[in-house]
Design a protein around this ligand. Structure first.
Ligand SMILES: [Zn+2]
Length: 451
């Protein structure tokens, strides 16, 4: 298995530098293989393809992929295990991951071991190396949930659960070798505890959500720790706006990179040191951006749709991720042939729906709020079509924000028909994933998107 992981490392390293044409041929070959497998071994896809009168041999190229229907998270979730998991895969031998519960509840995701090895190779040897962190250098991950305790009594869990989870313990040998070099700490209520861990462990790379890294930066300032010198920080799991990145870079005194991925499909897109966009792991997945059911043009906002090319245990074909993104038609000056995702704009479900029918992406709202003087942490909630509440969460030492200016900025985006209420609260810390923009308004699918 060690040989296999090393083989994949080598392959993935090479794939990122091949030109777009060669990469496309690889994608199309892998696409034909996974489509044929999904049709023949996964009842969910056989039914969906049959309903459209599509046979696997109809799908030969990236353009052909557009003939296939979209797949929703709900369809996949409801089909586990018999309709969504490929025949011939024993879940006891699969790696179980779980997506966060923010899009309609958590969904277990099963990776076959080959795909898991590919993921390891991609995470450690490609994505991390691309921001100047070598595989043997120490990494600290600030995680959402506490890792399971050692010796925890698992006898009360259903037998099925215990069996399904076993695969996760058989991570690759490379990971075992590197385990001591990677450490996870949970989101403690007090960022000071995380800081203490970090200073003791002395990692080269610190990974965490932008909102929590902000707390860490504040804890550092409180304790008089002057930056992270030549370390590297990577934000993940939440949207990072320009202002937050600037704040983190000036506090940490090091470069901050961002990435976009999900447990659903294991990989995604990441920044290299040039930061000209997010390199899509195009040899492992096909990422489309769709608007009104059609392909969005480069530079246009739309919903991210992913086809995983390598997970044979639980194939995802034209899977609607529920996030909004913008593709780029340019390539990065680093020379990698991996296409670029220009921007990640937030979750579909958190778009603000305006009375006129337009949808405003979370990033647009974040950029407006974060750009207002005196704003640090905040949460903007659309309570109803005509009411938005912005809560500014500040520390005692911070000056008041210019609320009138903030309202005026938001009004330029949201229009005159939406009531905007701004309140100030004392900030509390958190353990869960933080969403700065939340919408409680449910809208029909595929509405017009303007912002
Ligand atoms: Zn690049």
């Amino acid at each position: 298995m060690l040989r296999r992981v090393l083989w994949y490392c080598n392959e993935l390293s090479r794939n990122q530098w091949v030109g777009p044409e060669k990469l496309r041929r690889l994608q199309e070959k892998r696409l034909r293989e996974i489509i044929s497998h999904a049709y023949n071994s996964v009842p969910l896809y056989k039914e969906k393809f049959d309903a459209q009168g599509i046979k696997p041999e109809d799908i030969r190229s990236l353009e052909d992929l557009r003939k296939l229907p979209f797949t929703t998270k709900q369809e996949v979730r409801e089909g586990i295990p018999h309709r969504s998991i490929a025949r011939g895969f024993d879940l006891r031998n699969c790696i179980r991951a779980s997506t966060s519960g923010t899009s309609g509840g958590p969904m277990p995701v099963f990776y076959d071991k080959r795909f898991w090895d590919y993921c390891q190779a991609a995470w450690i040897f490609r994505k991390q190396w691309a921001i100047g962190v070598e595989p043997w250098q120490k990494v600290l991950v600030i995680e959402y949930s506490a890792p399971p305790k050692r010796g925890q009594d698992r006898s009360r869990e259903p037998a099925e659960e215990r069996r399904e989870s076993r695969g996760r313990e058989s991570l690759g040998p490379i990971v075992r070798l590197l385990r001591g070099r990677r450490r996870s700490v949970p989101l403690f209520d007090d960022a000071n505890q995380v800081l203490t861990h970090m200073l003791r462990f002395d990692p080269k790379l610190v990974r965490g959500s932008p909102s929590y890294l902000r707390l860490l930066a504040e804890a550092m300032a409180d304790r008089g720790v002057d930056g992270l010198a030549n370390r590297v920080v990577r934000t993940e799991g939440e949207l990072t706006d320009v202002e937050t990145r600037r704040y983190l870079e000036s506090s940490f005194k090091c470069r901050v990179f961002d990435e976009y991925s999900s447990w659903d499909f294991g990989n995604g897109a990441w920044e290299c040191t040039r930061r000209e966009g997010y390199h899509i792991d195009a040899d492992m997945l096909i990422m489309e951006v769709v608007r009104g059911g059609e392909q969005a043009s480069a530079g246009e906002r739309g919903e991210i749709v992913v086809t995983n090319l390598l997970n044979y245990a639980m194939p995802l074909i034209r899977y609607r991720v529920g996030d909004i993104g913008i593709l780029d038609d340019k390539y990065c000056s680093c020379g990698r042939g991996l296409p670029l995702l220009k921007s990640i704009e937030g979750r579909m479900a958190d778009c603000f729906a305006l009375p006129g029918g337009q949808l405003i992406a979370p990033r647009t709202i974040m950029t407006a709020i974060q750009g207002s003087p005196g704003v640090s942490r905040y949460q903007a909630v659309q309570e109803s079509m005509s009411q938005v509440r912005i809560q500014l969460m500040k520390r005692k030492s911070e000056p008041d924000a210019a609320n009138e200016e903030l309202v005026a900025t938001c009004r330029r985006i949201l229009g005159e028909d939406v009531e905007i209420e701004v309140s100030n609260t004392e900030r509390t810390n958190f353990r869960a994933k933080f969403r700065p923009v939340i919408s409680k308004v449910r809208v029909a699918e595929e509405p017009r998107m303007t912002g």
